[in-house]
Design a protein around this ligand. Structure first.
Ligand code: PEP
Ligand code: MG
Length: 538
C-alpha cells in the first residue's frame, strides 16, 4: 500500500482499478521499411483501423443517447469513411509499393483524400474533408501507442492522467469513470468543473506512474488522498466512509420537490450548470429548478467541424423539452483560453485568458454568432429559453449584440419560423462589467455573475495555474464587494441577478448571498440538494 497526497477537486470516495490515460507522441514522419516488414506493417494498420472503427461505433451509440441521432450520425459517417475503398487502397499503396511506415501512409492518405473532397462542388462532400482528416488522426494516434483510447474495459475505472483537457474530458464515457486523478490542473479549470458536473471524486497534484495500470486504488476526495493497493484495513475504512457519504446523499433525496426558501420566507431560484444535453438529466435527477448556465461551447469542442445550425437547434430543443417549461439559460459560445477547437484556427497567444475569446470571437465572426442565435431562437419555441453573453466589458458590445439578435429575429419572422419570448442577459465576469453594471442593467433582462473569471480578472490570477491556487481567493473582499455592487445596480433597473460561477455553491457564503439579495444560484447538479438544505435551515 502507498499513500499519495493530492488536492481534492471534488469530494467523494471511489474504489476500483486504475486506468492510466497515456497521451502518445504523435509522429507521422516517413520511415522506409524493408520488404520483409510490409506484411506486419499492413497488419498494424488493419488492427489500428479496426480499433478506430470500434471506438467510433461506441462514441456513436453514446452520442445518440446524449445529443440525438442527427448529431451522432457524424461518428457513423466517420466509421464508414475508414472502410472507403479509395482510402484503403491509398494506405496499402504507400505501405506496399512505397515501403513506408503505417503512420506516414495514413497521414498522406488523409491529406490526399481530404483534398479530393475539398475540391468537390457538393457542399456535403466538401464537409467530409475534415472528417477524413479526423479519422486519419484517430488511426495515427492508435498506431502511435494509444491516446484518444476509449475506455474499453467493461468495469468503470479510476482514470489517471498527467493532464486532461476539457476536450478530452467531454469525450470520455462518463459511465465508465469512477474518479479522475491528474498531476496537473487547477480546481478552477474547466476540466475540474466538468468533474464536478459528472459528480465523481477528483484529485489533482498526484504524480502518475504508468505501472499503476490495472492496480486497485482508492480516491478519497474528502482528504485529497490517493491510496495505491490499499491493505484490507484501509479498504474497509474507506468503504465505510463511502457508505456513510451515500447515506447522507439518500437523506438529501427527501428535499426533492421542496421549495428553496429560508425559514424567514426568502426564496431563491436554484438552478443547475450543465455542459451537454445529457447533463440536463442530471439537473432533473437533482431537482434543479432550471438551468442557469448551459456552457454551449462544449457542443463545439472535441470535434473537427463547426456544429451546424440544425445540430445546435436539436441540442437546445432537447434541453428545452427535457426541462419542461423550466428556465434554461444558454450561454453563447465561450471558446478560447483552455477551451479549444483546432478548426477555429485561432492564433497562439501570449495571454490567452486575456485574448481573443468568447464574445470577442462572436462579434468578429458574426456568421458564426448568427448561426448559434438562430438555433437558440428556433429552439425557444419548444420551452423556456434565455440567452446570455459571456466576457462582456462594455455597453457598446451589448448594443452590437442586441442589433445582431434583432436581425436574427427579423429573419425568422420573414421565414415564418416561430420563436418564444427569450430573455437576454449578460455575464458579469470582468471588473469592467461590474463597474458598468448600472448602465448594462438598462440594456438587458438579467445578470449572471461568473465568479470564476471575475476572481481571475480582479485578483490578476490565472485560474489555470495550479501554482497560484493559494492566492486564488474568491472570498477576497474585492470579489464580494463587486457581487454586492452588481446586485444593487441590477435591481435599480429591474434586472434580476444570479451567480453561476463555482462560488455560488460555496455554502460558507450562502447566507451572505441571500443577504445581498441574489435572486438565483446556478451550481453543479450534485450541489442542488445540499444547498437547498442549507437555505431551508437559514
Ligand atoms: C465563470 O467565469 O464564473 C463562469 C461561470 O464561466 P466559465 O467558468 O465557463 O468561464
Ligand atoms: Mg467565465
Amino acid at each position: 500500500m502507498k499513500r499519495y497526497n493530492g488536492k481534492s477537486i471534488y469530494k467523494g470516495i471511489a474504489i476500483g482499478a486504475i486506468k492510466v490515460f497515456n497521451k502518445a507522441e504523435y509522429d507521422t514522419s516517413k520511415r522506409i521499411i524493408l520488404d520483409s516488414e510490409v506484411e506486419a506493417e499492413i497488419q498494424r494498420y488493419v488492427k489500428a483501423r479496426d480499433t478506430a472503427v470500434q471506438q467510433l461505433q461506441a462514441i456513436f451509440r453514446r452520442a445518440v443517447n446524449e445529443v440525438g441521432q442527427a448529431t451522432a450520425n457524424i461518428f457513423d459517417v466517420q466509421s464508414m469513411l475508414l472502410g472507403d475503398d479509395d482510402y484503403t487502397d491509398s494506405v496499402y499503396n504507400y505501405i506496399q509499393n512505397e515501403h513506408t511506415n503505417a503512420e506516414y501512409a495514413v497521414f498522406q492518405s488523409g491529406e490526399v483524400i481530404s483534398q479530393i473532397f475539398s475540391d468537390m462542388d457538393d457542399e456535403y462532400m466538401k464537409a467530409r474533408a475534415a472528417d477524413i482528416k479526423d479519422v486519419s488522426h484517430r488511426v495515427i494516434t492508435i498506431l502511435c501507442g494509444g491516446a484518444d483510447e476509449s475506455l474499453d474495459s467493461d468495469q468503470p475505472v479510476i482514470l489517471a492522467a498527467d493532464e486532461l483537457t476539457p476536450a478530452e474530458t467531454i469525450q470520455l464515457d462518463k459511465k465508465k469513470i469512477l474518479a479522475f486523478v491528474t498531476k496537473y490542473g487547477s480546481s478552477q479549470s474547466h476540466t475540474a468543473i466538468l468533474a464536478r458536473t459528472m459528480n465523481i471524486p477528483a484529485l489533482t497534484g498526484v504524480i502518475i506512474d504508468s505501472s499503476w495500470n490495472g492496480k486497485q486504488a482508492v480516491v478519497d476526495g474528502f482528504t485529497g488522498e490517493f491510496i495505491l493497493e490499499p491493505d484490507e484495513e484501509t479498504l474497509k475504512a474507506e468503504e465505510e466512509k463511502r457508505a456513510e457519504a451515500l447515506k447522507k446523499l439518500e437523506l438529501l433525496q427527501q428535499l426533492k420537490g421542496k421549495e428553496t426558501v429560508t425559514k424567514g420566507g426568502q426564496k431563491i431560484n436554484l438552478y443547475a450548470n450543465i455542459g451537454s444535453v445529457a447533463d440536463a438529466d442530471l439537473a432533473l435527477e437533482n431537482d434543479a429548478e432550471g438551468i442557469g448556465l448551459f456552457r454551449s461551447e462544449f457542443l463545439y469542442i472535441g470535434r473537427s467541424t463547426y456544429p451546424t445550425e440544425e445540430e445546435q437547434f436539436v441540442a437546445y430543443k432537447n434541453v428545452a423539452r427535457k426541462m419542461q417549461g423550466k428556465k434554461v439559460i444558454i450561454r453563447t459560445l465561450d471558446i478560447g483560453a483552455d477551451k479549444k477547437a483546432d478548426y477555429f484556427k485561432l492564433d497562439a497567444e501570449e495571454n490567452p485568458a486575456l485574448g481573443f475569446r468568447a464574445i470577442r470571437i462572436c462579434l468578429e465572426r458574426p456568421e458564426l454568432f448568427k448561426t448559434q442565435l438562430r438555433a437558440i431562437y428556433r429552439a425557444s419555441a419548444f420551452g423556456n429559453l434565455a440567452i446570455m453573453y459571456p466576457m462582456i466589458i462594455s455597453v457598446d458590445e451589448v448594443k452590437k449584440i442586441k442589433k445582431i439578435s434583432a436581425d436574427v429575429r427579423s429573419a425568422l419572422n420573414k421565414e415564418n419560423i416561430p420563436y418564444g419570448n427569450v430573455e437576454q442577459g449578460v455575464m458579469i465576469e470582468t471588473p469592467a462589467a461590474v463597474l458598468m453594471s448600472e448602465d448594462l442593467a438598462q440594456e438587458v433582462d438579467f445578470f449572471s455573475i461568473g465568479t470564476n473569471d471575475l476572481t481571475q480578472y480582479t485578483l490578476a490570477i490565472d485560474r489555470q495555474n495550479s501554482k497560484l491556487e493559494s492566492f486564488y481567493d474568491p472570498h477576497h473582499p474585492a470579489v464580494l464587494k463587486q457581487i454586492q455592487m452588481t446586485v444593487e445596480n441590477g435591481h435599480k433597473h429591474g434586472c434580476w441577478v444570479g451567480i453561476c460561477g463555482e462560488l455560488g455553491a460555496d455554502m460558507d457564503l450562502t447566507e451572505t448571498f441571500l443577504k445581498m439579495g441574489v435572486d438565483e444560484l446556478s451550481v453543479s447538479p450534485s450541489r442542488i440538494l445540499p444547498i437547498r438544505e442549507k437555505i431551508r435551515s437559514l
